[in-house]
Design a binder for this molecule. Structure first.
Ligand code: FMN
Length: 317
């Protein structure tokens, strides 16, 4: 770990050390799925062992080519994407990419996705005997269920429940990554917990679209896409706040528009145990390092000996 970004308390302890459920992290700053590659792609730019964890881009049981171009577009205070979950598939990743992450001493959160409940079950079968460097598996259930007219799994409490149950053979903690595009997110988070999820990651992208007015058609190759970046932060904060208020015992990982240490503090005060940085990595791949340094400084300046004392503060009278 590079020394410059390890915050030190007066007694030599690390004030940024935290945990999500029973997973201990050196700091609460993770890199969000899909924004930092499948492996060590960012290693030439940052020390990946210095972040709380790297959440790898979601993988399915099989190779998947994703959507047609264009796949990314800048939007006011954010971006919209329709990558379509391109990836090499879990068997290839486990054999060829995972060893490099382990060699680099990176704390890994695996992320899996599928198009059917059976897809998740097969992916979970591939994840039953994982090396200890993989601390948790994030279940990306913000993707279309082809057996339910393309409705996202996390848009229904029943499908959410089914995915969590179908992946119960995974031995490490499972976090359900939920979509904000629902009427009642607390209901979905509750379904996830009842089915056995050990935590929830809030939020995935918001459904959006950009029209190319010269071509008179949607700009992205897939038509619609997922909106992310600072523009969605208040939606993500509200999601974390509401779920924490309803279920303060389920660990929450906050994600959506984090671009500074103050944004991290906001998520922690709303009730998150840790956060993930997504779109901000595209603007500045070193942003996580600055945020970790600034977090340590913020704690010192505001006389917090441990970052954990900040969690849920916005709920206190
Ligand atoms: C280009 C891109 C690709 C993404 N791919 C994935 C993915 O594979 N799996 C996933 O769970 N979320 C994916 N996401 C969603 C992010 O992990 C995150 O939830 C979302 O972007 C909100 O965070 P942000 O505003 O910090 O970007 C992707 C986001 C972007 C911008």
């Amino acid at each position: 770990m590079s020394n410059e970004i390890v915050a030190q308390g007066t007694d030599g302890t690390n004030p940024l050390a935290t945990s999500v459920g029973n997973i201990n992290l050196k700091n609460p700053v993770m890199l969000a799925s899909g924004t930092a590659g499948h492996g060590t792609e960012l290693s030439p730019v940052i020390d990946l062992s210095s972040v709380g964890a790297l959440v790898v881009k979601s993988l399915s049981a099989y190779e998947w080519e994703g959507n047609s171009a264009p796949r990314l577009h800048e939007t006011p205070n954010g971006m919209i994407n329709s990558i379509g979950l391109q990836g090499p598939g879990l068997p290839y990743w486990i054999e060829h990419i995972l060893p490099k992450l382990i060699d680099a001493k990176i704390t890994i959160i695996l992320s899996i996705w599928g198009r059917t409940i059976e897809d998740y079950a097969v992916a979970a079968d591939l994840c039953t005997d994982l090396p200890s460097a993989i601390e948790a598996v994030e279940l990306n259930i913000s993707c279309p269920n082809i057996e339910d007219r393309g409705k996202m799994f996390s848009h229904s409490p029943e499908s959410t429940n089914e995915v969590i149950q179908a992946t119960s053979q995974i031995k490490v903690p499972r976090w359900a990554k939920l979509s904000p595009n629902v009427t009642n997110l607390v209901e979905i988070a509750s379904a996830a917990r009842e089915a056995g999820a050990d935590g929830v990651t809030l939020i995935n992208t918001l459904m959006g679209m950009v029209i190319d007015i010269d071509k008179r058609r949607p700009l992205l190759g897939a038509g619609g896409g997922g909106l992310s970046g600072p523009a969605i932060r208040p939606v993500a904060i509200r999601s974390v706040f509401d779920v924490y208020q309803a279920m303060p015992d389920i660990p929450i990982v906050g994600v959506g528009g984090v671009a500074s240490a103050k944004d991290v503090i906001e998520f922690l005060m709303a009730g998150a145990s840790a956060v993930q940085i997504g779109s901000a990595n595209f603007a500045n791949p070193r942003i996580s390092q600055k945020i970790i340094t600034d977090l340590g400084k913020w704690c010192r300046d505001n006389e917090f000996e441990s970052i954990n004392a900040i969690k849920g503060l916005a709920h206190k009278p």
